[in-house]
Design a protein around this ligand. Structure first.
Ligand code: ATP
Length: 909
């Protein structure tokens, strides 16, 4: 049994009282205690929104126009005492609902699993160690660290704040962020003014904070508000919605046509009511693509799953569709194109340039000056630099199973490893110099500063950041003898360029002593008075798979642009290594500021590298690219990236290094922060779109072919070549097998060799309309052809109909193999070999057809007769002929369009 805790006025208690109430300290609770509390109080998650009940979900599958028609037909055939017909119709209705229900359940489970991958994580202190845990595992008494971009994971009583601002709109409706402090407030202070509490579900917009968890799950303020729980997203996209809408109108149209034909048949042609009625039911079943919306939903779920397997997690389903039409990807550099496994390689001081050895985050390796290692026992200029690197730093290094790992920013982790190589024990230094205040890093200002005091009444400011920023703050630099010399800006700028040109990320470190009374750090404290200690160059190698993926994207007609906060020279060097199209040209944030929107729109197509950018530049770049009608995918991680991510056609957030704010603004989240996953997502997006198109291209001609068979027979007063009950059978058996198989089609080989699809390209293109006409005519010829042949052979009507029905199914199977390769040839070994799903579908249909043709009981129900072997071969031959005709037609069309393309290209050149 989980325990609930009495509500307390945490906001009016002092920090010490909160500690003693929750039996914890600033060091946090132990892992064992956390596990115990988790068992006692339960996981920190809100109850899932209630789902529709089992029966309601099952019966919702009867809420469909075609089902109403069928139920009406079952009623009328029942009244007419045609029990066999009634039984078959009801069986079809029930089997349809069961299949729909099972498929929907499967699709929903798949989506739930994907959503679970997005579970937020939180940084906590347990036993004085910084750890990242799942938000669900937080317990009362945990010490939680929050920073800009985070979603507050539980209700927190704040213990430390540095410029902390939180947006609490979901609780208070107030969209302007409120400042948070640590002082207790009066007991009767209203919710919105309890400045020492941070509420679960609200977003940190600025600064940093440390708080103690006072309430989790349903006990949090957000948990108290019912109806605010996460809503269930329906499985759809605009295209699928459009198709659902289209299918509905088509059904209505077909019913109207069916009614007209019914009236015409009854009054003009004087057909028998019973027969005519069944024929009309058959016509409706044949023509209405009832299964289409369900199959499209499955196609989407399959696509979303495939993307998740490739580390691209879809937050909003419409993105699957948009991804297929992406024509430009704007990507971050650090961690996306590069590995974000940083390592300090170069250090430049006033007089020397050092090379740093070692690998990864292991704090071991020599610092070399020329060919000789520097002896760290003797005083040297690196030590002060290393101390600043440790103090102005939030990361921690941890050894796990023999590997050194970073908790926090990898770049800061690399600085700690370097400090150790320079003989500095970070733990001791941090204990000796306690942090009094900080200015956290933000992408806008590109630096971080900390104020530290030691026990001997000394205080110092430590700064690290982008060289341009830090140089501007410095008046002097540290000379080799430990003194201060006036800053020679050109020298340092030149050194920065040199190191950056190697593809290294360059940081400048600076310091300043201040009076011990100085306890609050302001931006003005670091302006113009700092002493530069040196530059640090960090290598961050490009990801091999990103290089391959960039090449693949280029082949697929997708432009790749790098937008980074890093130095121009570093960006160019990495751009070169990664294989960008134009790595030698770059626009900086300042350049962008100097261009108006029109000029930027003109420039944006000529440049692939945008360096020293601030988040607001991303927004302008997206807009500029969209002005060219391009479909833009944009990556981002910080809280300030949210507007650009929202504006982009596909916003992509980093799953590991990204903030919750960025994830919420995005359509797609990369579980591994890797550019290659974007490439994979685009490929899957194109595949899903192709498969949607394939499902439609297969379904509509099938429906049209079947329906026209009945219409032609009725209008020309002929005997029906396939009985309505047989049509029902064919539709049932093919819908659950062949119809669904296309949802699982793998990516076609040339998928990433085609240019991107235009965003507003209609699905029902003239080619598709032509295909529907051609195939339905061929279906008509095949069915009537074999039927006429059978009658001419003086076969019985039952046998002629059985042959016609089997011909229809065989043609549907061959049509399926044709559709599988819409863009290439179907006559390769790979195409013929098909996939497991396709062959399973074909085997099931074949077994079904053998059963209905040869099993005596079914022969009686469906009025069929065994087909002789020769005629069976003839039926398959008709399928082959259909395949040959449409394949030749496709090849001619492809060749013609290639010729036209090359002709146009020649004309243009
Ligand atoms: P992207 O990920 O977009 O490629 P980035 O991560 O290099 O870019 P930012 O995070 O905006 O871009 O960093 C910009 C610059 O700010 C860096 O080049 C570095 O000089 C400096 N910087 C980055 N992180 C820190 C930090 N934690 N402390 C101090 N300075 C930093």
């Amino acid at each position: 049994m989980l325990q609930t805790r009495p509500e307390k006025n945490w906001h009016s208690m002092s920090a010490d009282t909160v500690f003693s109430e929750l039996k914890t300290s600033m060091a946090g609770i132990s892992e064992d205690e956390a596990a115990l509390r988790l068992r006692t109080y339960g996981p920190n998650c809100l109850p899932a929104p209630a789902r529709k009940g089992f029966l309601r979900r099952f019966f919702s599958h009867f809420n469909n126009l075609l089902i109403y028609v069928l139920l009406g037909a079952a009623l009328i055939t029942g009244l007419l005492q045609h029990w066999v017909d009634t039984g078959v119709i009801l069986a079809v209705v029930i089997v349809n609902a069961i299949i729909g229900f099972a498929q929907e359940g499967k699709a929903e489970r798949a989506m739930d699993a994907i959503r679970h991958m997005l579970a937020p994580r939180a940084a906590v202190l347990r036993n004085n160690q910084r750890l990242t845990v799942e938000g669900e595992k937080l317990v009362p008494g945990d010490i939680v660290l929050i920073e800009a971009g985070d979603k507050v994971p539980a209700d927190l009583r704040l213990l430390k704040t540095h410029g902390l601002q939180v947006q609490e709109a979901i609780l208070t409706g107030e969209s302007i962020p409120v400042e948070k402090h640590t002082d207790p407030v009066n007991t009767d202070t209203p919710l919105g003014d309890r400045s020492c509490l941070a509420y679960s579900g609200t977003t940190v917009t600025n600064g940093q904070g440390v708080g103690i968890v006072v309430a989790t799950a349903a006990e949090t303020e957000i948990g108290h508000i019912s109806g605010m729980l996460a809503s269930v997203e329906t499985l759809t996209t605009p295209l699928v919605e459009q198709m659902g809408f289209f299918a509905k109108w088509l059904a209505l149209f077909i019913l109207a046509v069916a009614a007209l034909i019914f009236a015409f048949g009854l009054f003009v042609l004087q057909h028998n009511f019973n027969e005519l009625f069944m024929a009309i039911v058959g016509l409706s079943v044949a023509a209405i693509p009832a299964g289409l919306p369900a199959v499209l939903t499955i196609t989407l779920a399959v696509g979303a799953q495939a993307m998740a397997r490739r580390n691209a997690i879809v937050r909003r389903l419409p993105a699957i569709e948009t991804l297929g039409s992406v024509s430009v990807i704007c990507t971050d550099k650090t961690g996306t194109l590069t590995r974000n496994e940083m390592c300090v390689a170069t250090v430049v001081t006033g007089a020397q340039r050092y090379e740093v050895e070692g690998e990864g985050y292991e704090p071991r390796g020599e610092v070399m000056l020329g060919n000789a290692p520097v002896a760290m026992s003797a005083p040297n200029p690196l030590q002060e630099l290393a101390r600043v690197a440790v103090l102005c730093n939030d990361a921690e290094l941890r050894k796990e199973e023999g590997n050194w790992l970073v908790e926090g920013d990898p770049m800061e982790g690399a600085l700690l490893a370097f400090a150790a190589k320079a003989g500095m024990n970070s733990e001791e230094v941090r204990k000796l110099w306690t942090r009094t205040d900080i200015i956290p890093f933000d992408a806008q200002h590109k630096f971080m500063a900390s104020l530290n005091h030691n026990h001997e009444n000394h205080a110092l400011i430590a700064v690290k950041g982008a060289p341009e920023q830090v140089l501007a703050m410095c008046k002097t630099y540290r000379s080799e003898d430990g003194g201060c010399e006036p800053l020679m800006e050109t020298y340092w700028r030149q050194k920065t360029e040199e190191v950056a040109a190697l593809g290294q990320r360059v940081l400048a470190l600076a310091t300043k002593e201040v009076k011990p009374e100085h306890t609050v750090l302001e931006h003005s404290d670091v302006k113009g008075t700092m002493t530069l200690l040196g530059l640090v160059g960090l290598i961050d190698p490009p990801r091999q798979e990103a290089i391959t993926s960039v090449a693949e994207c280029r082949g697929a007609g997708i432009r790749v642009k790098m937008i980074t906060g890093d130095h121009v020279a570093t960006a160019k060097a990495i751009g070169q290594q990664i294989g960008l199209q134009r790595p030698n040209k770059a626009l900086t944030g300042v350049d962008i500021d100097n261009l108006n929107d029109a000029a930027l729109a003109a420039e944006v197509l000529k440049v692939d590298i945008f360096a020293r950018n601030r988040p607001e530049h991303k927004l302008r770049l997206v807009t500029a690219l969209q002005a060219h009608d391009m479909t833009v995918a944009m990556t981002g991680d910080g809280v300030n990236d949210a507007p650009a991510l929202k504006r982009a056609d596909v916003g992509i957030a980093m799953g590991r290094g990204g903030t919750e704010a960025a994830k919420e603004a995005s359509e797609l989240v990369l579980a591994d922060d890797n550019f290659a996953s974007i490439g994979a997502a685009v490929r899957e997006g194109r595949t899903v779109y192709d498969n949607i198109k394939k499902v439609i291209s297969w379904t509509l001609p099938t429906n049209a072919g079947e329906a026209s068979t009945i219409i032609v027979a009725l209008l020309f007063g002929m005997v029906l070549p396939i009985t309505p009950i047989q049509i029902l059978w064919v539709n049932l058996i093919t819908a659950v097998t062949l119809g669904i198989a296309l949802a699982f089609e793998p990516t076609e080989e040339n998928t990433m060799h085609r240019p991107p699809r235009l965003r507003d390209q209609p699905l029902l293109t003239s080619v598709l309309v032509w295909h529907i006409t051609l195939v339905s005519t061929l279906f008509l010829c095949g069915v009537f052809g074999i039927y006429t042949y059978a009658i001419q052979q003086h076969y019985s009507l039952e046998l002629a109909r059985t042959m016609a029905m089997n011909t229809l199914v065989v043609m549907e199977i061959f049509h399926l193999f044709f559709i599988r390769n819409m863009y290439g040839t179907s006559l390769t070994w790979k195409a013929v070999r098909g996939t497991k799903v396709v062959w399973m579908a074909v085997i099931m249909v074949t077994l079904g057809q053998f059963a209905i043709t040869y099993v005596p009981l079914l022969q009686e129900v469906f009025a069929t007769e065994a087909v002789p072997l020769f005629d069976g071969i003839l039926i398959v031959a008709i399928g082959v002929a259909l395949f040959a005709i449409i394949e030749i037609e496709k090849q001619m069309r492809i060749r013609l369009s290639r010729q036209t393309q090359s002709f146009t290209a020649r004309e243009n050149s």
